[in-house]
Design a protein around this ligand. Structure first.
Ligand code: NAD
Length: 309
C-alpha cells in the first residue's frame, strides 16, 4: 500500500505515519514545515518540503491512499487572518482534491476535519455526527467547506472519501514551542515546567473533550482497513468526557509539581463554551475507541516535553 500524508511532519500526521509504517505501508510525506519538523519523521520516510497548493496532479499519482492532515490549525489565528486561513485550508484542500481528480481519482482520501464544525454543544447534550454544522470561526467554516468538497467530488466524480473529526488532540510531538491556541496543552506544560503563569482566556469554564494522539492516529488506520464500510462517512473522534480549562490547568500543575498560577485574560472572539462528543459511530463502524486516559496521556506528554527541554 502506497500512502501520501500531507502535513505528515506535524503532530497528528507524524503519528499517522508511524502507525502506517507499523502496517508496512510505503509512506511519503508532503509538508511545508510551517509548523511541522523534519525530526518528527523516521529517516527512511521521504519528505517532500512543499505547500499543498503547489502540488501537481502528477505528484499525487500512484498512491492507494492520500491522508490529508496539512492545515493552519489555530482557530484564533483564523479570526485574525481569515484570508490566510482561507488560502492554507479551504483553497489548499480544493487544490489537492483537484489534483486527485486529474491525477488519481481512484485513491482513498482521508480528509481531516474537526469536531469544531459542530460549534457549541449545549449543557446536557453530547454531540454526534448528526448534529448540525455550527461554525464560530473561519477555521471551522473552512473545515466545513472541505467536508462539502468531499461530498461534491464523490457525487460528481465517484471519488472516495472518509472524513475524520478529531477532538482536542494532545500528546508527544505537540508543538510546545509555539504559543498558539490549538497546541495550548503542550504550551501550558512547558510554562508549568518553567513555573511561569498559565494564560487562560475567559473564565476557564470552557469545556473540551481531549483525545490522546495515538488514539486519534489509530482511527486513520482503521478508516483504511474498514474502508468498505467507512467510505462516505464522517466520524467524530472524542472520548465523551468533558473537562474545563481550569480543571486541565490544575491537573497539569499537579502532574508537573509546578508552582505556576493561572492567569486570566480577556475572552477571545469565536471561543466556544462547551464541546463533548460521542464516539458511538466510530465504535460501530471502525471499531475505534479511545484507550488512553487524560491523566496517563498528560504524563506521557509531560515526559516527552521534559526530554525535549
Ligand atoms: N490538534 C488538534 O487538536 C486538532 C483537532 C481537530 C482537527 N485537527 C486537524 O488535524 C490536522 C493536523 O493538525 P495537527 O494538530 O497535527 O497540527 P500541526 O500544525 O502539527 O500539523 C499540520 C502540518 O501541516 C503542515 N502544513 C500546514 N500548512 C501546509 C500547507 N499549506 N502545505 C503543506 N504543509 C502544510 C505543517 O507544517 C504541519 O506539519 C489539521 O488538519 C488540523 O486542522 C487538529
Amino acid at each position: 500500500m502506497r500512502v501520501l500524508v500531507t502535513g505528515g511532519a506535524g503532530f497528528i500526521g507524524s503519528h499517522v505515519v508511524e502507525k502506517l509504517l507499523e502496517k508496512e505501508a510505503e509512506v511519503e510525506v508532503i509538508d511545508d514545515l510551517s509548523a511541522g519538523r523534519k525530526n518528527n519523521l523516521p529517516s527512511n520516510v521521504k519528505l517532500n518540503v512543499k505547500a499543498v497548493h503547489d502540488l501537481s496532479p502528477q505528484e499525487v499519482k500512484g498512491y492507494d491512499v492520500i491522508v490529508h492532515c496539512a492545515a493552519q490549525v489555530s482557530t484564533f489565528y483564523s479570526v485574525d487572518y481569515p484570508e490566510e486561513d482561507f488560502k492554507r485550508n479551504a483553497l489548499s484542500t480544493f487544490h489537492l482534491f483537484e489534483c486527485c481528480r486529474k491525477g488519481n481519482d481512484n485513491a482513498l482520501i482521508i480528509y481531516t476535519s474537526s469536531r469544531s464544525v459542530h460549534g457549541h454543544i449545549p449543557e446536557g447534550k453530547i454531540a454526534d455526527e448528526s448534529f448540525p454544522f455550527n461554525p464560530s470561526t473561519f477555521y471551522n467554516t473552512h473545515k466545513i467547506y472541505g467536508e462539502l468538497l468531499c461530498k461534491i467530488y464523490s457525487e460528481l466524480y465517484g471519488m472516495r472519501f472518509v472524513i475524520l473529526r478529531p477532538s482536542n488532540v494532545y500528546g508527544p510531538r505537540q508543538p510546545y514551542w509555539m504559543s498558539g491556541w490549538y497546541n495550548f496543552i503542550a504550551y501550558w506544560i512547558k510554562l508549568a515546567l518553567e513555573n511561569k503563569p498559565i494564560p487562560i482566556y475567559g473564565t476557564g469554564e470552557q469545556i473540551r473533550d481531549y483525545t490522546y494522539v495515538e488514539d486519534t492516529a489509530r482511527a486513520y488506520i482503521l478508516a483504511i482497513e474498514k474502508k468498505e464500510k467507512a467510505i462516505g462517512n464522517a466520524f467524530l473522534l472524542p472520548t465523551g468526557r468533558g473537562v474545563t480549562l481550569n480543571q486541565l490547568a490544575d491537573l497539569i500543575i499537579k502532574l508537573t509539581g509546578s508552582k505556576s498560577i493561572k492567569q486570566y485574560l480577556p475572552p477571545r472572539k469565536g471561543d466556544i463554551m462547551r464541546f463533548v462528543g460521542s464516539y458511538k459511530k466510530a465504535k460501530e463502524i471502525l471499531n475505534w475507541e479511545p484507550k488512553v486516559s487524560l491523566e496517563e496521556g498528560l504524563k506521557r506528554e509531560i515526559d516527552w516535553i521534559k526530554k525535549e527541554l
